[in-house]
Ligand binder design. Structure first.
Ligand code: E4P
Length: 217
């Protein structure tokens, strides 16, 4: 399973990249605003800064909601850097724009996906990635992980190549469960990745190994 980090914070992206396990980055307008990145030029520059830190795909989201606007914005984003993936909302014009870009060999990520039917449409439109938001479903007492399982089942039935990018991942158990269910990618905060390192028996064991080494030296 590929690990993407879901942030626009350059320090956190660097930290995950330095671990050697990072496969890409996802961003959205809210994450940009959280870092205080506002204004089109600053946002575009920030995407390039992110691409210069990581080796993999970097999702950059359009803010237009009509087909022409999405195509215009998406083409400008794709020009920025070869690692840019055009992130499009799961609405009718977003699906149309997804088909437009996939027909031209430009990578896409269909975002704000909350149902298997939406994921089926994204795959039919040739999306590179589909982003089911599992945390936001959990927030409203609906099993987000079940959506990953349903999409996996449907995609496997027909051999769709669209990669399932489990989004809105909130914690380590989401990451582990996504891996069990066969999600292709997960995107989450740095804490959902570094949390995987932790086990008290590792800490206790390491402490004892080091203490025993010292006894003999
Ligand atoms: C997906 O690409 C989104 O950026 C993201 O995962 C949303 O997560 P949230 O529900 O924690 O805001």
């Amino acid at each position: 399973m590929k690990f993407f980090i879901d942030t626009a914070n350059l320090e956190q992206i660097k930290e995950a990249q330095d671990m050697g396990i990072l496969d890409g980055v996802t961003t959205n307008p809210s994450l940009m605003a959280k870092e205080g990145i506002t204004g089109t030029n600053n946002i575009l520059k920030h995407y390039v800064d992110i691409c210069n830190i990581v080796d993999g795909d970097v999702s950059a989201e359009v803010i237009s909601t009509d087909f022409d606007g999405m195509v215009r914005e998406g083409e400008a984003l794709a020009e920025l850097h070869e690692q840019i993936v055009i992130k499009l909302p799961m609405i009718k014009d977003g699906i149309k724009a997804c088909k437009y870009f996939s027909d031209r060999g430009i990578k896409t990520n269909v975002t704000l996906v909350f149902s298997p039917g939406q994921a089926l449409l994204a795959a039919k439109a040739g999306a590179t990635y589909v982003s089911p938001f599992i945390g936001r479903l959990d927030d409203i007492s609906t099993d987000g992980l079940n959506l990953i399982a349903e999409i996996r089942h449907i995609y496997d039935n027909y051999g769709f190549e669209t990669q399932i990018l489990a989004a809105s991942v909130r914690h380590t158990m989401h990451v582990i469960d996504c891996a069990k269910l066969g999600s292709d990618v997960m995107t989450g905060p740095l804490s959902s990745i570094t949390g995987l390192l932790k086990h008290p028996l590792t800490d206790i064991g390491l402490e004892k190994f080091l203490a025993d080494y010292k006894k003999g030296n």
